[in-house]
Design a protein around this ligand. Structure first.
Ligand code: ADP
Length: 429
């Protein structure tokens, strides 16, 4: 009930599913990441490059000018506020824009500039005079496809001759028609139907094939097969590009089936630490007391942007929120119009919250066996060392069991978690 008060006071609710890491969750996390981010993540690691032909010189660029882009595209890039290529773009862009086209598999965490890179490659390769599809881009979900579409529109703002269409369920076309748009972006099932069954697209004329979010893609039953079937319809000289935030064995196997003779680029995610974080815990006797304590803290934390994690959707109070609703509230959070984000995120370490200065674990992160989930704890509140702003983490403890979990987390990281008295919050201000 007390939380309802907080909800009214413009608390943002962004709920993920409570089920263990399912495909839907992965896609939702990925979308959430895109929505709350409006700049590049900092990463001081070296890009690792594995070239198809180790003897060919490796080009990397420090400026967009060096890429000899069409003036309309350079204008689009600068219009988006990009001054220089991101770390991954420095190597990926020259490879993708080379003649003859090179295939690429690239892996780096979300927020490192992958989308911007392949969008620029697609826009560079199309011939606007040819009124038929030349680039296909497949994404795991409708919402993710839409996000990429937005980037294409922004970057192509000064290049209106290039047009874009969405191959997504619900976008019904007349039988027998042929698409005139140069870029088609969509989900694998519809894309496959449009190339195969309906022949809206002539796959033999495709010059660039992009598969985005490969790790999210393979989590959905059927997407892997559909993607491979699309890939098989494309001409041998079509450029194949695949992107992924993570690279487990299964992603790697899939990547190799999609991209023959690849160049491979990897950028390791920066190590996170708790060094710049002040960690506290609040001791309560019951869940109700936790709500009360949260309300006490609430006034103090809305000064900064905060994110509150709890276990279930019911606790977060947002029930069945539609993705669009979620997206809208997250937009408001990113723009700073909302100060607090409440989220259920049991299985997730996927969300990057570095711009958030206060993190509250309303429920401590535990794995499915009820043991402390140290990795999630670190990812929720940790910062990357070099650039990390100081942060504040508050853990709410309401039982002997959760106290035990807190102690184990404290031991694991060998870093003291101080007790906080919520009737006297001067300490944290
Ligand atoms: P990823 O696809 O790896 O998640 P994005 O391409 O979406 O990364 O880029 C992350 C954020 O950084 C976006 O807000 C994007 O507009 C921005 N961005 C991308 N490239 C650059 C760049 N070269 N300079 C500045 N900002 C960039």
């Amino acid at each position: 009930k007390t939380l309802t008060y907080a909800t009214r006071a413009n608390v943002l609710l962004a709920c993920l599913k409570d089920a263990p890491a399912c495909a839907e969750d992965k896609a939702a996390q990925s979308l959430l990441n895109k929505l709350i981010r409006n700049n590049l993540v900092n990463n001081t690691n070296q890009v690792e490059v594995l070239q198809k032909d180790p003897n060919s010189p490796l080009y990397s660029v420090k400026s967009f000018e060096e890429l000899r882009l069409k003036p309309q595209l350079l204008q689009g890039v600068y219009g988006m506020g990009f001054n220089r290529p991101s770390k991954i773009q420095e190597t990926a862009l020259p490879m993708m824009l080379a003649e003859p086209p090179q295939n690429l598999i690239a892996q780096s965490q979300s927020g490192t500039g992958k989308t911007a890179a392949f969008v620029l490659a697609m826009l560079s390769h199309v011939d606007p005079n040819n009124k038929y599809p030349q680039c296909l881009c497949v994404s795991p979900t409708y919402e993710l496809a839409l996000q990429t579409g937005k980037v294409i529109e922004q970057m192509g703002k000064h290049y209106p001759e290039v047009r874009l269409v969405y191959a997504i369920r619900g976008n019904k076309l007349q039988r027998g028609m042929k698409l005139q748009e140069q870029i088609v972006i969509g989900t694998p099932g519809t894309m496959l139907d449009w190339c195969g069954k309906f022949k809206f697209i002539d796959p033999k004329k495709i010059k660039v094939f992009v598969l985005d979010e490969a790790d999210v893609m393979i989590a959905t039953q059927g997407h892997q097969d559909q993607s491979i079937r699309i890939q098989r319809m494309l001409p041998k000289n079509c450029q194949m590009l695949l992107f992924s935030a993570t690279f487990e064995e299964s992603v790697w196997n899939f990547a190799q089936r999609i991209v023959p003779d690849p160049n491979i680029i990897k950028l390791k995610r920066e190590e996170e630490t708790l060094d710049t974080i002040k960690q506290y815990y609040v001791l309560c006797n019951s869940r109700e007391e936790k709500f009360q304590a949260l309300c006490n803290i609430y006034g103090a934390i809305t000064i900064a942007q905060a994110m509150i994690f709890c276990h279930t959707r019911k606790t977060a109070g947002c029930g069945e929120m539609q993705v669009e609703q979620r997206a809208a509230v997250i937009d408001r959070f990113r723009d700073g119009k909302e100060k607090v984000l409440v989220t259920t995120n049991v299985c997730a370490r996927g969300i990057d919250v570095e711009q958030v200065s206060v993190v509250i674990n309303f429920d401590l992160p535990v794995d499915k066996d009820g043991n402390p989930d140290n990795e999630t704890y670190l990812h929720r509140i940790g910062r990357t060392g070099r650039f990390g702003k100081r942060g504040l983490a508050i853990n709410m403890v309401d039982s002997r069991m959760s106290m035990n979990i807190l102690n184990r987390i404290q031991e694991h990281f060998s870093k003291k978690i101080e007790k906080l008295d919520t009737d006297d919050l001067d300490e944290i201000e």
